[in-house]
Design a protein around this ligand. Structure first.
Ligand code: HSE
Length: 430
């Protein structure tokens, strides 16, 4: 291959942008040897006009707005690592319209505008790389897309948010509460100053939506709303009961597809301690992908952080250098019926009730009235607080509507049930 030069505009100069600059500078000779290419960041766009991350040896131009470089025909590739949705979408559109390949780490933007951007890229014969948008350094976009072009994917289940996995892991191993877990995650630099999107499941669900596009061809636009439940409903006492029942609690994003029915949800779930995903601890991410032909495949690694994310961005850049430009527009299958109500699993219910005779009989009668069946019950007098005792009930499989009817019937009895915590039990092999 003849020697070539790829000129890059980098939008965003924070930690990830800095790591991109650093790797391209420090490893320049190696990359040149591997890809017969000089990768040159000639322009950086950053609102503040300053590089926050890697500053050494950068002698390109710094701009404060993208418009000032959009007509620069010497740029081959735009890399977007600035975050946010609206401005990032504008940069993506302008980059593609001005005939530049585009690489992004932005799952929020791709989960809303992916369909449109893939079409735009296809029409202009350009490439969109988004390896860094899901699970940081794990090469899940290329792995899942190459699998999905060979076999039908039955389902995936991912731990896609490092912050919430870190917090739940610490709650489990050290017996701390959610607040302390968030504090530790912030001190270690995993959680943002405002960790809302990590804690409420939005970040994980956006990533799940991107994976579902590759796995099943579901839409990447605003027509698919995120179905989320955050980890903030889990309390330390739930880990004690989960352990006794043989489970860990993990933040899961699941997708499954059968005929035209799609299930796409994110929630904290009990998963069997013998399962592979239950061993994924701290800030690590993992995705289990199941196909009928090749069974279960596990992808594991660091889900966030500047260097792992930059490494995934460079993998897209090197695909461009080798002209290995996947047309992601081909994955879209259009409209699909979202059937989240039909999602069926066993259930963990923790009810805090007054410690008085006949309570258990009453609870059982509610459950029987809804035609649901109990698998096991744990009642612990020694966990009682302020006259309330926790009762944990494991229900046999039921779907989301059946569960909701049961929870509604409980909530009409405010004197009896002081608190109701519901967690799904995820067991894909059942
Ligand atoms: N905040 C995310 C996480 C990383 O904790 O996994 C960026 O998507």
């Amino acid at each position: 291959m003849a020697q070539q030069e790829i000129k890059i505009a980098l939008c965003g100069a924070g930690n990830v942008g800095g790591a991109v600059l650093e790797l391209l500078t420090v490893n320049a000779d190696f990359y040149k040897k591997m890809f017969d290419t000089d990768f040159l960041v000639t322009e950086v766009v950053t609102k503040s006009g300053k590089l926050r991350g890697y500053k050494d040896k950068f002698n390109g131009n710094i701009h404060t707005d993208f418009e000032s470089i959009i007509n620069n025909d010497s740029i081959d590739v735009v890399i977007e690592v600035m975050g946010g949705i609206d401005d990032a979408y504008k940069v993506a559109k302008q980059a593609l319209e001005s005939k530049k390949d585009f690489i992004t780490a932005n799952k929020a933007m791709m989960s809303l505008h992916g369909d449109e951007l893939f079409k735009l890229a296809e029409n202009n014969n350009l490439f969109i790389g988004f390896e860094a948008s899901v699970a940081g350094g794990i090469p899940i976009i290329r792995s899942l897309s190459s699998k999905a072009r060979i076999e039908n994917i039955s389902w995936f289940a991912g731990i896609l948010n490092g912050t919430s996995n870190f917090i739940l892991s610490k709650m489990e191993s050290d017996g701390i509460g959610l607040k302390e877990g968030v504090k530790q995650a912030q001190e270690l630099g995993f959680a943002e100053a405002d960790p809302t999107l990590d804690l409420n499941g939005t970040d994980a669900a956006q990533k799940g939506k991107v994976l579902s596009y590759l796995a099943f061809g579901s839409k990447l636009d605003s027509s698919i709303e995120l179905d989320i439940e955050g980890i903030d409903i889990v309390e330390s006492i739930d880990f004690k009961f989960a352990l006794e029942l043989g489970y860990s609690i993990k933040p899961l994003s699941i997708g499954s597809h059968e005929k035209d029915r799609l299930i796409l949800k994110s929630f904290p779930a009990l998963i069997q301690q013998s399962s592979i995903l239950s061993k994924v601890n701290d800030e690590m991410n993992a995705i289990e992908v199941f196909t009928k032909d090749s069974g279960s495949n596990l992808f594991y690694g660091p889900g966030a952080g500047p260097k792992p994310t930059a490494s995934s961005i460079l993998s897209d850049l090197f695909d461009i250098a080798q002209d290995n430009k996947v047309n992601y527009s081909k994955f879209g299958q259009g409209l699909m019926k979202i059937s989240n109500d039909t999602f069926s699993c066993q259930r963990y219910l923790r009810l805090e009730v007054n410690d008085s005779p006949g309570v258990m009989a009453k609870i059982s009668s509610f459950i029987a009235k809804q035609n649901l069946s109990i698998e096991s019950v744990i009642q612990k007098e020694d966990f009682s607080q302020n006259g309330l005792i926790p009762i944990v009930i494991v229900l046999n499989e039921c779907n989301e509507n059946e569960l909701e009817d049961l929870l509604n019937s409980f909530s009409n009895e405010k004197d009896l049930f002081k608190k109701i915590v519901h967690l799904r039990i995820f067991n894909p092999n059942k």
